[in-house]
Design a protein around this ligand. Sequence first.
Ligand SMILES: [Zn+2]
Ligand SMILES: [Zn+2]
Length: 254
Amino acid sequence: MVTKKSELNITEDGNLKKAYQKYRILKQEVDHWQQERKSYWLGMLNLAEKPPYLPIMELPSEAIIELWQRLNDAAEVKISDSDLREIWKQISDNQEVMDEEMSTRFQMAISGVAQLASEMANEKKVPTQRLGDDPHECITCPVCGEVSTLAVLTPPNGQRMMHCTSCSFEWPVKRVGCLHCGSENAKKQMFLKNAAFPGIEMVVCQLCGHYFKEIDARELYVQDYMWEDIKSLPLNFATELWLSEQTKTNNQIH
Ligand SMILES: [Zn+2]
Ligand SMILES: [Zn+2]
């Protein structure tokens, strides 16, 4: 079987280094908070009987606000707890209420708390039930219920796991085929990569038009998947461009 591979064109992003410095500072705060507060908040978490074991919207809001406030302090942004509570309430009602930087800190606070739930799920060895036939279920995190677009091929045999960028939970999925539509038609799968991102491939399904990112952890050691996903966003943009050009070409043929 011949796998179809192609090189993506990537444009350099000069803002990345700056973004990383900001991210590192916030990430360190999350790590410290987790070390300090983990045992307390773990005692407050309850996992459901079946997936999703602890959806994002059911995480204790006080834990999120506590961590969020630490991140705001680290970024030297002053805002009261009651204002954050108000924002959290509006988010529950699906309102866009934050600027980009506040939103980043909020996302990191959510992740920081959701990771505790994920750790708990791992400790309890909860069944992941994600090897079924429903493709959408396969890519939905059994712990937090968010859809993941990041797959990891794990050592030593390259077993394919989904990695949740919200809570860090990992669960096994089938080794081949499209994770979105379930198609195993190898002729319709395209593997796009770029030399600037060794060990990462974008797996594009030409049947359903979706793609996911796949990191080969046998080739690329990743300490922080959230950052690796952000850092390799140029691959996502390039893939979307590639897909739209494909659609144009296909339309011209027909
Ligand atoms: Zn998750
Ligand atoms: Zn597909």
